[in-house]
Design a protein around this ligand. Structure first.
Ligand SMILES: NC(=O)c1ccc[n+]([C@@H]2O[C@H](COP(=O)([O-])OP(=O)(O)OC[C@H]3O[C@@H](n4cnc5c(N)ncnc54)[C@H](OP(=O)(O)O)[C@@H]3O)[C@@H](O)[C@H]2O)c1
Length: 251
């Protein structure tokens, strides 16, 4: 099957490209570093010729509601319009477990993305996953000032990006289903705990201070909602500590 991975150079995107190729699929990566700008449309139509399924793992990292909504709305609409022109038969969007009711900050963009996909004429599946183990690396990099990291207080059930990638390829190669079972990790974790263990594991001296974010966003992070509810779910198996030593940790 010819599959396009939008965001194929990103944290999870690189795993999706690898997982799809290992299963023998013909893979096209769509990212600016591959010469394709999904928002402006540069080289987008020509990249989708013959594509049967698109997996959208695009991202813009921001805590600003307007920027997040602006990016995910523009990118998703541009991608869906191009897919309709190209006759793509399945759009798969990666979203985040437990964000209903947290319609602010970064998550407002993800909910706007989900609404566009759900209302699209392109056959689709929204696949939600919990935070990646790799999220600890992303947050540590963004929040470290010298030896101190100011980390948002967060309770989650993280999963390896490699397992998310395998799940997304399963979803993309099955018929469009509207919504896939949530993918959750094997154990509850706090972000501060993960970053402390990662720093010790890597021999990095870092004092991790967890800070409760204000407002609905902060409540969402600490409430446990991001761990997932009682609905249909699939469970990843690699724990965070196993992931720290795993060959698929891309550093
Ligand atoms: N991080 C988590 O824990 C987590 C958990 C669940 C779900 N998710 C979801 O997973 C998705 C991917 O997250 P990630 O952390 O893997 O992202 P990431 O590492 O920030 O990668 C983002 C990707 O998007 C591409 N991109 C950005 N703007 C683009 C544009 N205008 N045109 C084409 N490509 C563009 C980037 O490539 P270029 O810069 O080369 O363009 C890159 O390949 C997000 O939608 C996120 O919400 C994340």
């Amino acid at each position: 099957m010819r599959i396009a991975i939008a965001g194929g150079s990103g944290t999870v995107g690189r795993h999706v490209v690898g997982a799809a190729r290992r299963r023998g699929h013909d893979v096209v990566a769509l990212s600016r570093s591959d010469g394709v700008d999904v928002v402006s449309g540069t080289n987008l139509d020509r990249s989708l010729v013959g594509v049967e399924a698109v997996i959208d793992v695009l991202n813009r990292t921001t805590l600003a509601t307007a920027k997040s909504v602006g990016f995910f709305t523009a990118a998703t609409q541009s991608l869906l319009d191009a897919e309709e022109r190209a006759g793509v038969g399945h759009h798969v969007a990666l979203s985040i477990v437990g964000i209903d009711g947290i319609d602010t900050s970064y998550y407002a963009g993800k909910l706007a993305q989900e609404r566009l996909v759900a209302g699209s004429r392109v056959p689709h599946t929204i696949a939600r996953a919990t935070q990646f183990h790799e999220f600890a690396e992303q947050i540590a990099a963004q929040t470290s000032f010298g030896p101190i990291a100011l980390v948002p207080r967060t309770l989650s059930r993280p999963v390896a990006a490699a397992e998310v990638a395998e799940h997304l390829v399963d979803v993309a190669t099955a018929p469009p289903a509207g919504r896939a079972p949530d993918l959750v990790g094997p154990r509850d974790e706090t972000l501060a705990g993960m970053i402390r263990r990662m720093s010790a594991h890597d021999g990095v001296r870092r004092r991790v201070i967890d800070v409760r974010f204000p407002g609905a966003y902060g409540r969402g992070l600490t409430s446990g909602a991001l761990r997932g509810g009682d609905g249909p779910r699939r469970q990843g198996t690699l724990t965070f500590d196993e992931w720290l030593d795993s060959p698929d940790r891309l550093r």
